[in-house]
Design a binder for this molecule. Structure first.
Ligand code: ATP
Ligand code: MG
Length: 205
């Protein structure tokens, strides 16, 4: 079960946090690509909890977002889903996600936090930023339409972040939700099971 142990090396765990409302092929390609380039043993997808103070829009129920993430990742033997953020009350902070995963998986693993360039630019404003870089290496994925040269990124500690380009997938959850609302198709932007789950649960209407 743990190839790292028999090979006498540390287990390499990718961590992909997100709202996943809904999960789409951009997320999956990014995780797959980082998994390959960083030789990760596993990528764990971690849907965020339900924020009590809704910031600007209504986020779907955590259970729906969790199930969609499970459906979308089920066929990949290296992809898993964690409930740590869904089950923790209140806002999700990445530092808590990484600490919980570390507590669950033990200290002898290397963690790689996978994030889009847009989200990465906000890292310096996150709570517990110094601690974050001790917990994981950060991998920022560029995607079309998101500029990378942000003053925020230039001030991040050297060697703790790698920026990589993933195949250009101009897909966002926002666009998928708007399409469902407008009754436009989302086939091929998200896995088939997600199209069906959204219809079944009447999400984003
Ligand atoms: P929204 O439009 O609601 O903000 P989103 O598409 O950005 O949704 P999130 O759940 O917010 O999806 O994203 C989770 C993580 O995946 C973030 O780090 C985000 O930057 C990254 N990400 C989202 N879409 C892509 C994409 N097409 N390619 C690479 N990374 C992506
Ligand atoms: Mg986003």
């Amino acid at each position: 079960r743990n190839p790292a142990a028999s090979e006498g090396r540390r287990y390499r765990l990718g961590v992909m946090g997100g709202t996943f409302d809904p999960i789409h092929h951009g997320h999956l390609v990014a995780a797959s690509e980082v998994g390959r380039k960083f030789e990760l043993d596993e990528v764990v997808f971690v849907p965020t909890g339900e924020p009590w103070q809704k910031v600007d829009r209504k986020v779907s129920a955590a259970e729906d977002r969790y199930l969609m993430t499970v459906i979308a990742t089920a066929s990949n033997p290296r992809f898993t889903v964690s409930r740590v953020d869904v089950d923790r009350p209140g806002m999700t902070y990445t530092v808590d996600t990484l600490k919980d995963l570390r507590a669950e998986r033990g200290s002898d693993i290397d963690m790689f936090f996978i994030t889009g360039a847009d989200a990465l630019a906000q890292i310096v404003t996150w709570r517990g930023v110094d601690e974050l870089f001790d917990l994981a290496h950060f991998v920022g994925c560029t995607r079309p339409g998101v500029e990378l040269h942000s003053p925020a990124i230039e001030h991040l500690p050297e060697g703790r972040i790698t920026l990589i380009e993933v195949p250009a997938l101009s897909i966002s959850s926002t666009d998928c939700r708007e399409r469902v609302q407008a009754m436009d198709p989302i086939w091929y932007l998200v896995p088939d099971g997600i199209v069906q789950y959204i219809a079944k649960r009447g999400l984003y209407r």
